[in-house]
Design a protein. Sequence first.
Length: 430
Amino acid sequence: MSDRYTKSKELYKKAITLMPGGVNSPVRAFAAVGGEPVFFKRGQGAIVTDADDNKYVDFCQSWGPLILGHAHPKVVEAATLALQDGLSFGACCEKEIELADLVLEAFGEYDRVRFVSSGTEAVMSAVRLARGVTGRSKILKFDGCYHGHADHLLVKAGSGLITQSIASSAGVPDEIASQTLVAPLDDEKAVEQIFEKEGNEIAAIVLEPMPANAGLLVQRKEYLQFLREITLKHGALLIFDEVISGLRLRFGGYMHEVGITPDIVTLGKIVGGGMPVGALVAKEEVMEQFAPNGTIYQAGTLSGNPVAMAAGKATLELLKEGSVFEHLNQLGKVQDECFNALKEKYAFFNFVRQGSVSWLHLAEGDSPRSPADVKPEAIELYNKHHRDILDRGYYIAPSAWEVAFASVAHQKEHIEGIANAWEDIFKKYM
Ligand code: PMP
């Protein structure tokens, strides 16, 4: 690493003596891409500044929440005003109602929302709700989808029988892992087989309808429709985990892009405008089974926190206007043009994009629809050149499996700039 990162290096040296791996979330340690992590001290619009005063055009945007860019004046103003009235009540406040109204306007099929403090909590609570409502204990998830770090969601397919799953983390008991069935994405037969065998024990299918945690694995609409039908047939619920995709492509969810209505939608990231908020959305008859009216327990000291609700409200109000998505769609076209032009010259990659979410798969062939289609050489190349992109003033996720996010603060020149940075690297090293 060059001297450019002196202060970050110093901070990391100290951090590793205080926090496991020096971080509070593993991917931040840069293990996949090598070298020490960069420490940030400021974000403004599309730009972040690190501890050494290097500036980057940020294509990570806190992993998705910042669809309006860093420190959007309206969001900062709303949060500042709210915090002057008190940081937390742990009691009812009007701001919860205001954000709830907006969320239920965006997800008009439903009439109840419960707020939590993270995406993990939202999915964890949605699974409990589905189990409580159906009286069944198993759930079905997919290899290539991530749903946070609750025990029953840190499970992957075993190598043997299709219905045999194993924990993907130490510390998750086998008994818990055994209640989660895992199928490959994009494979109707596998799901049919599982439902034939265990259909009457499955409480819910949970998936990211736009999987964006193992690359951007765009699914066939018929496949998502098939999942809707098979859950209805077997009395299971369908949970769309829209922690990334919710409010990202429109004032609504990916469910609206594909015209499929799940039983429960989970949200996170954008719904809190950069503050820690998650949410579950469902119909009254499902959601009212939560305590206090129902018997399914779920709670949180900081749930519905007034400052977080205010940031979420300011964000959703801007998204509702529509001009944000117009700008993002325009930018998306620029991305397509830039990366398609690059592809014509260097025909060894695919550029996958859904709205303002994009992913560079640095290998030949079709865009992957399941993690098994992702080529190891693509992962290796991205990780190898991650620092070269950073050195050129662009911040991208420190792992090849992660997608890039554009915000309304990004402009045409930022997109052209990163395409040029990649071209520079292709020319120099390939
Ligand atoms: N679901 C999805 C689809 C996610 O992408 C994430 C986090 N990236 C989560 C759940 C967990 O959210 P959090 O990190 O806020 O707990």
